[in-house]
Design a protein around this ligand. Sequence first.
Ligand SMILES: [Zn+2]
Length: 152
Amino acid sequence: MTHAILRELYIRNAIRRYRDMARKISRKALIKKADKVFSEYIRRRYANHAEVVSCFTCGKKGHWKTMDAGHFMSRKFYSTRWNQENVQVQCKGCNIFRSGEQYMFGLQLDRKYGPGKSEELLQKSRSLLKLSTPDLIDLIDFFKAKLVKLNN
Ligand SMILES: [Zn+2]
């Protein structure tokens, strides 16, 4: 009797653990997909007819495929991770070797969008945003649609 109950509980727990694991994996995959679609959109949105873009922080030009989507506030802050102002085209020199050139990034943000933008993004990055799985799917679809528009 006790054995049967214990076994039942064990099985139920195992099923729950598997479900949680599957949910976690699919969420991770969705975040990865969102990053990919968003990054392509950011790198292509201002591309010219030759598909060339300029680095936001140093002005260096290059094909969008050779450039990065650089974050002003780190990707670890989900509330600004897919923010179209927080993320701009950067050359690999600025994004990787010069760690994102955050000071210049902030100056350029204020120049492009108006004074206070960098401060606003800083505050926003620290606010808590919990994206549900449907939210993530919406986000992916939103930027996919923007990419389709760029192609037309
Ligand atoms: Zn650069």
